[in-house]
Design a protein around this ligand. Structure first.
Ligand code: Q5B
Length: 255
């Protein structure tokens, strides 16, 4: 009976002396020879990325690592205040906040763009974008990737990622549609909103051919590094207790 069991994997395995990963000898062929970003791409895509793809992918990871005292950073710091014995708890608390308003939008935007492109015909990207924004507004949905709480005119990450994608020959239909949304949305929303960093990262990852259903994972991978930095700084120069006491001392009891 046991002979019939089979659990196929193309990722990792080991025996007493060796560790294999992605068909390579981990110790001999990968350690010290492949960057962590390249490995993360390879693990998910199941193919080794080109140097240009690694450059764009790592630019995404760098873009999303940290954005100051965001809800994810504050959640991690407050959890660390309460449970300094649980670094993993603080990290997990921060990552749990990667959702449809902040950070997780990387995937929402990639999915949105992919769905619009799947239905679209022709190559008039401004017309396709206009239709997509009009439909989102009619359905009372926010367009993912538009707007930012701090960068009201331009998110500095957006033009840089578009430039890198163009330089590396990876600028594709998702980034093209995203830029078209940036041009046409004022006609529908009657205000000009910035194309934000989370959104451009989703468009770039989709143009890299990564599965849109996995894009939140990359945003979380990037933010895990940033949150580690936040927790390390919390240890060196704590602020979480002040946040806690400020809210508690200013609470207004309205029973
Ligand atoms: C980002 C924010 C909540 C900002 O809110 P705010 O309230 O400050 O927006 P305002 O500028 O005040 O909006 C002015 C008027 O436009 C309307 N309006 C706004 N956005 C609109 C839109 N997309 N579609 C239609 N209409 C819109 C709004 O309803 C208002 O209408 P009205 O009330 O009538 O005046 C909002 O845009 C939003 O939900 N966007 C969609 C989700 C999105 O893309 N999130 C990514 C954010 S980046 C990120 O995740 C990475 C991170 O930022 C953070 C991290 O790390 O955690 C980092 O940097 O790394």
């Amino acid at each position: 009976m046991a002979d019939e069991l089979s659990f196929p994997t193309g990722l990792g395995t080991s025996d007493a002396d060796t560790i294999s990963l992605l068909g390579q000898d981990l110790a001999a062929d990968l350690m010290g020879r492949v960057g962590f970003g390249e490995l993360a791409f390879w693990l998910v895509a199941g193919r080794r990325p080109s140097a240009g793809e690694v450059r764009l992918f790592e630019a995404v990871l760098v873009a999303l690592a940290d954005h100051g005292f965001t809800p994810t950073a504050i959640a991690a710091r407050l959890t660390y205040l309460s449970a300094p014995d649980s670094l993993q708890g603080a990290l997990a608390a921060g990552l749990l906040g990667g959702g449809s308003r902040f950070l997780g939008v990387t995937e929402d935007c990639g999915r949105f763009l992919a769905a619009v492109l799947a239905e679209a015909s022709g190559d008039d990207f401004d017309a396709i974008a206009l239709d997509a924004v009009t439909r989102a507004k009619a359905e009372k949905r926010f367009v993912p990737g538009l707007g930012h709480p701090v960068h009201k005119v331009e998110d500095p990450r957006t033009p840089v990622l578009i430039r890198i994608a163009t330089e590396e020959g990876i600028y594709g239909p998702h980034l093209r549609l995203f830029e078209a949304i940036g041009r046409v949305h004022p006609q529908v929303l009657h205000r000009r909103l910035p194309l934000n960093g989370a959104g451009v990262c989703g468009a770039a990852l989709a143009d890299l051919g990564l599965p849109v259903e996995m894009l939140r994972g990359f945003a979380l991978l990037a933010r895990a590094a940033g949150l580690l930095g936040q927790i390390a700084e919390e240890r060196r120069r704590p602020i979480a207790n002040q946040i806690y006491l400020t809210v508690d001392r200013n609470a207004v009891y309205e029973a």
